[in-house]
Ligand binder design. Structure first.
Ligand SMILES: Nc1nc2c(ncn2[C@@H]2O[C@H](COP(=O)(O)OP(=O)(O)OP(=O)(O)O)[C@@H](O)[C@H]2O)c(=O)[nH]1
Ligand SMILES: [Mg+2]
Length: 277
């Protein structure tokens, strides 16, 4: 939608933790996309803060697009979101976008669209494949037409609104999530501790990976440090590509049993600690 990767993506659920803004220009409209965490049944403080950020993102927006996965359909979770929309949808257009249409047959898609539209009066329905790019331009054009009139909120060349240190931390978290299994990605967080601009134009970036248990530290490091090395290389390459210059990335793993209950960890992630109550 914005022409560059501004929010990390993995095959694992609950990858997005906070609200991430991406900016696109379409004709004379500027569209500010707010990628929110998904809506799921929260168990932990972090989960509750994520779900609160998702509903908050919708409540603050001029237009809401509900993304439903074509192959999963109208699940219990989607049902709960449809109920919640009764309230959040008041006073703003709500569209439906069925994503991942490349994974299902046309009949399935039409039936799902009809079922969802029975449950909520969406002003428009889009069938898209974000991965293949199908239908994405139509959705963007429609959104541009729905933007309220007013001055642009961002400079013309800005595509993301997240501090660089946070973008860099998210890149490392993505690589960790891709490499680590089961619950581990949900038990860690990454923070950029230090960012130093060097005279030669490169940047030195120091990051801390907080894990909850001693055993997790060993897993993140891997045999002979292989895992952390691979993560570091992949994250550095992506950051270099993003910045267009050389980066020296230093990762350190810290055991912090209580990090999921520490307010400072939440503000570093861009979440509200109190929402987790
Ligand atoms: N086949 C197919 N896969 C897709 C499509 N869009 C996204 N994916 C894949 O689905 C996986 C999860 O991505 P999304 O569902 O977009 O992630 P999300 O909704 O941001 O989920 P969280 O951040 O975890 O809440 C990734 O591996 C994507 O590459 C699509 O149109 N078709
Ligand atoms: Mg996401």
């Amino acid at each position: 939608m914005v022409g560059a990767k501004v929010s990390i993506v993995t095959h694992k659920v609950q990858t997005t933790r906070a609200r991430i803004r991406g900016v696109a220009i379409e004709g004379d409209s500027q569209i500010v996309f707010v990628d929110t965490p998904g809506l799921f049944k929260p168990r932990r403080r972090l989960d509750r803060a994520m779900v609160a950020a998702a509903w908050g993102g919708a409540a603050d927006a001029d237009v809401v697009v509900l993304l439903v996965e074509a192959h999963r359909g109208l699940t219990e979770g989607v049902g709960r979101i449809l109920d919640g929309l009764q309230d959040i949808g008041k006073g703003r257009p709500v569209a439906l976008a069925i994503n991942k249409i490349d994974r299902v047959k046309a009949e399935v898609l039409l039936a799902l669209s009809a079922k969802l539209n029975e449950r909520y009066p969406f002003v428009e329905t889009f069938m898209i494949s974000a991965e293949k790019g199908h239908g994405v331009a139509d959705l963007r054009a429609w959104l541009a037409g729905k933007m309220p009139e007013g001055p642009w909120l961002y400079p013309e060349d800005q595509i993301a609104d997240l501090p660089l240190r946070m973008i860099a931390a998210e890149m490392t978290r993505e690589k960790l999530t891709l490499r680590l299994h089961q619950e581990l990605p949900y038990q860690l967080t990454v923070e950029t501790e230090n960012w130093e601009e060097r005279k030669d134009g490169s940047a030195r970036v120091d990051q801390l990976i907080y894990v909850a248990r001693d055993g997790h530290k060993g897993i993140v490091l891997g045999k002979k440090g292989e895992t952390i090395k691979a993560v570091s290389q992949a994250a550095r390459a992506e950051l270099e590509e993003f910045l267009g210059r050389k980066v020296h990335l230093f990762l350190q793993v810290k055991v912090r049993p209580n990090w999921l209950e520490e307010a400072e960890r939440y503000s570093e992630m861009g979440l509200d600690f109190r929402d987790g109550n």
